[in-house]
Design a protein. Structure first.
Lengths: 280, 280
């Protein structure tokens, strides 16, 4: 997890999905004095995030165009960052290169997320690119062990965190989601394909008697971190506050904080802890 | 799981939550020539289900009233059937006996569902009642091994069922929910406190490319079957059809079918299989 690219050079290609993280990676790369080129995925990347940087808008499945843009801009290192939904086959419309890559992905298209993302990173490697993790550039957004803000988990929350860790690790071994919500030992909600925001909304609706509750979020053990780091942002904190949780526990060094300052401010304002767990 | 009460006698007390099952248990008991008395839980039991039988409306936490009604009607055997939501402490308002029982339940109130239901069955046993499982009376509603209707799982569905079994067993070991939805090897949704209907609705919204998908529903290994049998009803089948699944797999002998004929008819009409798995 140590940043390995401080002394590298050449253009970094950013394959940009939704949200603000692609812009943050671009800014971090630029701060290292390296040029950036963004592949902005249609229907996913946000125009305001992409606009400040050299970029091209490309359909997700137009692999031929993606590879030729990356080669034209001499991108050796590439970063995949920001959510994209796995499209339906009907909407995919791959170009010729895309169809060739889909065939190479083969059965992985039908495997869990990990299988697919791992296969994608492998294919890009075979095409001569080095796939970097966003965390290699955003080391300041990785959180740290212990409390990030003003609040810390009490004994009850620590016990819920321990139960959540046990649950999320068991889920991870089965290649299911990255998170769960636990309140006083009861698992309120477990994350699969719906994502953390939807899970938090559901947890708000099935709280049990009493206060408290924690969101526990981890990398899946087999997860290809270069393609899908768990993220926490102000929206996660809003969702946790609406579900009346007492805080969020995450893997320090294995979780990207979208706008760390805003996260800490929002958590402090809501009375929530942000608790970084040592990597296990 | 063998019916054990064929030759018993005396009044059967039915502690009735929501849905039609309390009425079905009452009818099955009456068909054995035994009298029935229903404790209808306010805010949960359905008036039209309760009305045909001798009954009293009681608040969930009015344990003193519940016990004295059961004793007044000489109920030796009792059955807990039909869903009730765990109330908040604010809404609970126990009577004196209720407060005493809450104290005896103690920490189990904060444990997983299994802990709470197991403790409740234990307390009722200590009070001199024999808690029977609804399945001991509703043996015709227990399903059987293999296809209940016209459709059977194909090879892809069998493979999703195997994956789902692995997932639900792992969840059960952690005292989480009873079900999950798997499509082409991807776990779309996992059930915790929200229940099967909400999980199916969510699964409909995060389907992956391709067809198929199965709902797998099992008893949790530690589950107190006398207090919380998994059930499948026409509503489950509607939800599975809306999520475009190819069928439902359940534990034969360990799952109550609400109106088995209507379930089979609905599944046949929707092109879904209903597949009973041998107990493991």
């Amino acid at each position: 997890m140590t940043p390995r690219v401080e002394h590298a050079s050449g253009c970094v290609g950013i394959l940009a999905g939704g949200g603000p993280l692609p812009g943050q990676v671009a800014a971090a790369v630029a701060a290292q004095g390296r040029p950036v080129f963004m592949i902005a995925f249609q229907d996913f990347a946000e125009p305001s995030v992409v606009a400040p940087w050299p970029h091209a808008w490309v359909r997700l499945a137009a692999a031929g165009q993606i590879l030729s843009e990356l080669r034209a801009h001499r991108c050796g290192d590439i970063v995949l960052i920001g959510p994209v939904r796995r499209p339906s086959f009907r909407d995919l419309r791959p170009d010729a290169e895309g169809a060739r890559i889909l065939a190479r992905l083969g059965r992985a298209l039908f495997a869990g997320d990990d299988g697919l993302l791992g296969a994608l990173v492998r294919v890009l490697g075979e095409e001569g690119f080095t796939v970097r993790g966003a965390h290699e550039f955003l080391s300041r957004s990785l959180g740290k062990v212990g409390a990030l803000g003003r609040y810390t988990p009490d004994e009850g929350a620590q016990s819920d965190i321990a139960r959540g860790l046990e649950v999320v690790r068991a889920l991870g071994r089965l290649d299911i989601g990255q998170g769960c919500v636990v309140q006083n030992g009861v698992v309120l909600a477990v994350e699969a394909m719906e994502g953390t925001d939807a899970m938090l909304e559901r947890a708000a609706g099935c709280r049990q008697p009493g206060t408290g509750g924690v969101l526990v979020k981890l990398c899946k053990p087999e997860q290809e971190r270069r393609a899908d780091m768990p993220t926490i942002g102000p929206k996660t904190i809003e969702g946790a506050a609406r579900a009346k949780l007492s805080g969020i526990a995450f893997e320090a060094g294995g979780t990207l904080l979208i706008d760390p300052q805003a996260c800490v401010a929002a958590a402090d304002a809501a009375g929530l802890f942000l608790w970084g767990l040592a990597e296990s």
